[in-house]
Design a protein around this ligand. Structure first.
Ligand SMILES: Nc1ncnc2c1ncn2[C@@H]1O[C@H](COP(=O)(O)OP(=O)(O)OP(=O)(O)O)[C@@H](O)[C@H]1O
Ligand SMILES: [Mg+2]
Length: 340
């Protein structure tokens, strides 16, 4: 007899997306509902935490009900309720955590607190059913840039991290500087192919830490370049700036990730987080990996940015390890990857 699948209702509210999903056995997505607040925050040029929290409160129940309805399931059919409890904006996280606790308590279901960044990595388990740890993963999101060795489900060793801005953050800041607005990543991605990467922006290395990143110098170099050109009365070549900036970020991400793959003796590389949907990064990393016989994995763009399906996937593997949360689960805005 076939074993009954383990079905998890997952909730995500760490930043500006209110999301809920129903996921079976960590890999099969029955529904993945995302209510984005991007349009709202665009008015302010970035995420306004208090507005995000208020919007989550408004959207959380309808989004959860929609996720159950699209999966054609009821709360009683769930084996567990999962929720992102960190890292993220505290007020935003609290909305999801409070909702998940109330639902788990009322329906008498186990509660599973999930690390948002581990969720980003798990998006790959949905996209690639054959993928299993161990592997090296490059996590490039709005708030984090990490190179990690995922040794087993839920077990990570951080090899490198950014010393200052995250990759996504630098995309957003540079986009703002050249007047593209928020969120900057997708806009730079779209504009870059129209330009030529002919401005020599720096590719920072961190002395003595080959896997660490630093993007704040690059951002300053872009700002200085713009000021200098304006002072000279030159027209600002936005597409060339976008292409040159993206090229600088991508080249550092590619070289560091491949170095880690080689040093640790792996033959595969996984990418996760919003910046993993960048076309320039995907094509440069694919070309470099192909040349060196490394198999590259990344999810569809919709699974790269914030969603609850990835939380449902990570939660399943936590659940299988018996890691469930108590009703005292709280938001942990600074939660680190691998931290329990
Ligand atoms: N095509 C793209 N190219 C470059 N950057 C992108 C692209 N699409 C999204 N991003 C960037 O990804 C980030 C949003 O994705 P993500 O969900 O990973 O971040 P976050 O949830 O805000 O941060 P974190 O996950 O670290 O808490 C933004 O910084 C956005 O600019
Ligand atoms: Mg995220």
């Amino acid at each position: 007899m076939e074993e009954r699948p383990c079905t998890i209702l997952a909730i995500e509210s760490s930043c500006d997306e209110t999301a809920a999903a129903v996921v079976q056995n960590g890999r099969k997505v029955l529904s993945n509902v995302i209510s984005s607040q991007i349009a709202l925050h665009t008015l302010y040029g970035g995420v306004v935490p208090e507005i995000a929290s208020r919007k989550h409160v408004e959207k959380i129940n309808p989004v959860i009900m929609e996720a159950l309805s699209q999966a054609n399931m009821r709360l009683e059919d769930m084996d567990a309720i999962a929720v992102t409890y960190g890292p993220g904006l505290v007020g935003a996280l609290l909305v999801g955590v409070a909702a998940a606790k109330a639902i788990a308590f009322a329906a008498q279901k186990p509660l599973i607190g999930v690390n948002h960044i581990e969720g980003h990595v798990a998006a790959n388990f949905i996209a690639h059913p054959e993928l299993e740890p161990p592997f090296i993963c490059l996590i490039v999101s709005g708030g984090h840039t990490h190179l990690v060795e995922m040794k087993d489900y839920g077990e990570y060793e951080i090899l490198g991290r950014t010393r200052d801005d995250a990759a996504g953050e630098s995309f957003d800041k540079v986009a703002r500087a050249i007047g593209l607005g928020y969120p900057g990543g997708p806009k730079i991605d779209k504009l870059a192919p129209e330009g030529v990467a002919n401005i020599p922006f720096p590719r920072a290395k961190v002395e003595g830490a080959p896997y660490d990143f630093s993007f704040s110098g690059l951002k300053s170099a872009v700002l200085n370049y713009i000021n200098h050109e304006e002072m000279l009365g030159h027209e600002i070549r936005r597409a060339d700036i976008a292409a040159s900036f993206q090229d600088a970020v991508v080249s550092v991400l590619v070289s560091h990730a491949l170095e880690a793959v080689h040093d640790r003796g792996y033959h595969s590389l996984v990418m996760a987080g919003g910046v993993a949907s960048n076309k320039g990064l995907r094509s440069a990393m694919s070309a470099a990996c192909e040349k060196q016989g490394i198999k590259l994995y990344y999810p569809d763009p919709i699974l790269c940015t914030d969603n609850a399906a990835m939380i449902g996937s990570a939660a399943y593997y936590e659940f299988m390890k018996g890691r469930v949360s108590g009703y005292d689960l709280n938001a942990v805005p600074g939660l680190k990857i691998g931290q329990r």
